[in-house]
Write a protein that binds this ligand. Sequence first.
Ligand code: FES
Ligand code: FES
Length: 166
Amino acid sequence: MTEMFRDKIDVSLTVNGEPVEARVPAGQHMIDFLRLELGLTGAHVSCEHGVCGACTIRVDGDAVRGCLMLAAQADGAEVWTVEGLTDTNAISDLQDAFVARNALQCGFCTPGMLVAAEELLSKGDVPSRAEIREHLSGNYCRCTGYEAIIDAVESVAQGRAGKGKT
Ligand code: FES
Ligand code: FES
């Protein structure tokens, strides 16, 4: 193990609205810090190299791959995981729509899908189906075939704009 991975770095951040102070290994990935140190296991780990989107979290407003970010890089950041977005009801309409539209089966991809979808919808526009598909193109789902996921996100976008119902 190199010296870099043995080094520890002090970080101060907020996670789901709560202040967090920690001393993290320099080489620890953010997703491992959240899951192993903070017990926030909603974001999943699959490919571990930025392809599947299962580990998606929000960092300073952006959807970020937790497996591509180091915990040490989160110093000063505002981090939200699917747990916090759930507790604050920020994604309750998305969650309801995913259930109503059968947009999940095994559910492994779903936390990442929800976080990525919320990033898109937080821009305030009503995206087209093509835009939704493009935005979620980095989030893989092995089960649903994607159409139901696009349906769910589209219905929420329309619902939030007062143009339809979820
Ligand atoms: S586990 Fe991070 S993108 Fe796949
Ligand atoms: S619901 Fe199973 S991977 Fe998406």
